[in-house]
Design a protein around this ligand. Structure first.
Ligand code: ADP
Ligand code: LRH
Length: 472
C-alpha cells in the first residue's frame, strides 16, 4: 500500500487529494479544496500564485505522512525567474488581453506551417509562445521559465526542470524529436537559456525541502503528467484503444490518444493539437471552450445552484438558438449572458429568454462542438472510436452527457470526476512500483455511468446546418 498526495490545480479550483493505492484498488480522499481566483491588477489579469502555493502547503499539511507528492495544473502559463531564482512578477493569466493580435502577426511572419510542423499545437491566441513575445525587456532579465507545476515544484524542492506533457503545450517543444525547439526559438528571438532540462512523467523531481511543510522534509516529489489534461487522460478507464475522451472542466479537451503526432496541413487547418501524454503517447485533441461559458453565466447571475439550473434546462425548449462555443467573444471573463445574447443577434437568431433557456443553449452548443471535434479527430487520425469517455467535473452534468451521446451517436461513459487527481496519484504509485497498469486499476475502482445515444441524429444534424448557415 502506497500513500501519495496529488495536487491538482484547475482553472476554477485547486484540490489536494490523499490517495491510498494498492494492487487491489485506489481510494482517493479530498483533504483540501480552495478557490482559484484570478486577480486583475494594473490592468493585467494575473493568477494569484502565492495564494495557490499557500493552498498547496495547507493541503500537504492536511494530507499528513505520504510516500510521494505530485503536482499538475492547467497548461500554457508560466513564471519567469531571474538569475538568483526570484520570481519576476506574478504569472499572467492566459485570458489576459496582452496577446491580442500577436498570433496573427507571428504566424504571418514566421509561417503557420513552421510553427505547426514543429510544436504541433492548435493555434490559440494565448499559447505560451505568443505570451512570451509580449514580455518585452522582462525576457532580458529572466534566466529561467517554469511552467506553473514546475514553479510550485521548484518552491517545494529547489529543483529546476520542465515536465514534458506541459512543455508540449508551449508551441516551443519539438513534438517529433521530444526536445525544446532550438531552431524555432532562434527564429523567434526567444532565448534558449530560459528553457530548463526536460523531465519525463514518472521520474524524480526532487524531495521536499526541510521546513517547507512541517514533518514532510525529505519526502520525494514525483514528476507526474503535470498538464492536468494529460493526467486526466492517463486515468481514462478505457479497455481498448478504440476510444475518444472529453476531459470536461473549465475547458473541454476532445480527442483521441495516438502513438505519434499528426502534423498534416488538414490537421493544422482543423485546429488540432498534438500534446504529449504519458509514456510517449500523443493527446491528439481540440480545445473546446467548455463549461467556462456556464461558469461565467453563473457568476454574472450570482447563482450557485447549478444542479437546479440544469434540472430547469432539461425542461427548456430544445434549440431555441444554436451557438458556437468557440466564438472568440466567449474567451475573456465578463458578462457571458450578455455576450450570448449579442452572439445570437449578430447571427440573426432570437436570444434565448430566461436562465434555463440560456443554459440549454450553451449545453447544446457544446454537444455540437464535441461532435465536430470527434468527427474531425476520427477523420484526421484514422482511429476508430466506439466509446466516448467523459472525465472531469463535466462528467456530473447528466444532461450534457446525454446530449453528447445523442449528438455523436456514440455511447458515452462518464467518470471519474476527479480524473486529473487520479492520474496524478496513479503515476506516482506506478513510479514507486506499487502498480503497473493505471487504466486497469481505474476500471477496477471506479464505476462509470453509461449514456446510450437516442439513435435519432436528425435534430442535431439540423442544428449543425443551422449553425453553418448563421456562421457564414
Ligand atoms: P477545472 O479543473 O477545469 O477547474 P473541474 O473538472 O473541477 O474543472 O470541473 C468544473 C465544472 O464541473 C464546473 O464548471 C461545473 O460545470 C461542473 N460541475 C461541478 N459540479 C457539478 C454538478 N453537481 N453537476 C453538474 N456539473 C457540475
Ligand atoms: C485544462 C487546460 C487545457 C489547456 C487550458 C489552458 O485545464 O489545461 O488543457 O489548454 O487549460
Amino acid at each position: 500500500m502506497t500513500v501519495v498526495a496529488a495536487v491538482d490545480l484547475g482553472a476554477s479550483s485547486g484540490r489536494v487529494m490523499r490517495g491510498r493505492i494498492g494492487a487491489e484498488g485506489v481510494e482517493l480522499t479530498e483533504v483540501h479544496r480552495f478557490a482559484n481566483r484570478p486577480v486583475r491588477a494594473g490592468g493585467t489579469l494575473h493568477w494569484d500564485i502565492l495564494s495557490l502555493y499557500q493552498g498547496v502547503l495547507d493541503g500537504l499539511r492536511a494530507a499528513g505522512a505520504v510516500d510521494s507528492v505530485g503536482i499538475d495544473s492547467w497548461a500554457i502559463d508560466y513564471g519567469l525567474l531571474d538569475s538568483s531564482g526570484r520570481l519576476l512578477g506574478n504569472p499572467v493569466h492566459y485570458r489576459d488581453e496582452r496577446t491580442a493580435g500577436v498570433m496573427e502577426r507571428v504566424n504571418a511572419e514566421v509561417g503557420a506551417d513552421l510553427l505547426y510542423g514543429t510544436g504541433g499545437t492548435q493555434f490559440l491566441p494565448f499559447n505560451t509562445v505568443y505570451q512570451l513575445l509580449t514580455e518585452g525587456e522582462r525576457l532580458e532579465h529572466a534566466s529561467t521559465l517554469l511552467m506553473i507545476p514546475d514553479l510550485l515544484t521548484h518552491w517545494l524542492t529547489g529543483s529546476v526542470g520542465a515536465e514534458v506533457t506541459n512543455a508540449s503545450t508551449t508551441g516551443l517543444y519539438d513534438v517529433r524529436s521530444g526536445t525544446w525547439a532550438g531552431g524555432l526559438l532562434d527564429r523567434l528571438g526567444i532565448p534558449a537559456r530560459l528553457f530548463p532540462p526536460l523531465r519525463a512523467p514518472g521520474t524524480s523531481a526532487g524531495v521536499l525541502r526541510p521546513g517547507v511543510t512541517e514533518g514532510l522534509g525529505g519526502v520525494p516529489v514525483t514528476a507526474v503528467a503535470s498538464h492536468d489534461t494529460a493526467s486526466a487522460v492517463a486515468a481514462v478507464p478505457a479497455a481498448t484503444d478504440r476510444f475518444a475522451y472529453i476531459s470536461s472542466g473549465t475547458w473541454s479537451l476532445v480527442g483521441v490518444e495516438l502513438p505519434g503526432p499528426v502534423l498534416t496541413e488538414a490537421s493544422r487547418v482543423a485546429g488540432f493539437t498534438n500534446e504529449g501524454g504519458l509514456d510517449g503517447t500523443v493527446r491528439y485533441l481540440r480545445n473546446v471552450m467548455g463549461l467556462w461559458i456556464l461558469q461565467e453565466c453563473l457568476r454574472a447571475w450570482g447563482e450557485d445552484d447549478l444542479p437546479a439550473l440544469l434540472r430547469a434546462a432539461r425542461a427548456a425548449r430544445p434549440f431555441a438558438a444554436v451557438l458556437d462555443p468557440d466564438d472568440p467573444s466567449f474567451l475573456p471573463p465578463g458578462d457571458m449572458p450578455a455576450r450570448i445574447a449579442a452572439y445570437c443577434r449578430r447571427t440573426g437568431q432570437e436570444p434565448p429568454a430566461g436562465r434555463p433557456a440560456v443554459v440549454r443553449c450553451v449545453l447544446e452548443g457544446l454537444a455540437l462542438a464535441y461532435r465536430r471535434a470527434l468527427r474531425d479527430a476520427v477523420r484526421l487520425s484514422a482511429r476508430e472510436v466506439t466509446v466516448v469517455h467523459v472525465v472531469g467535473g463535466g462528467a456530473r452534468n447528466t444532461l450534457l452527457c446525454q446530449m453528447t451521446a445523442d449528438a455523436t451517436g456514440i455511447p458515452v461513459q462518464a467518470g471519474p470526476v476527479e480524473a486529473a487527481a487520479l492520474g496524478n496519484a496513479l503515476v506516482q504509485a506506478r513510479t514507486l512500483g506499487t502498480i503497473t497498469d493505471i487504466r486497469a486499476l481505474v476500471r477496477q475502482s471506479h464505476e462509470v455511468t453509461t449514456y446510450e445515444p437516442s439513435g435519432d441524429l436528425s435534430p442535431w444534424d439540423e442544428a449543425e446546418s443551422h449553425l453553418g448557415a448563421v456562421r457564414t
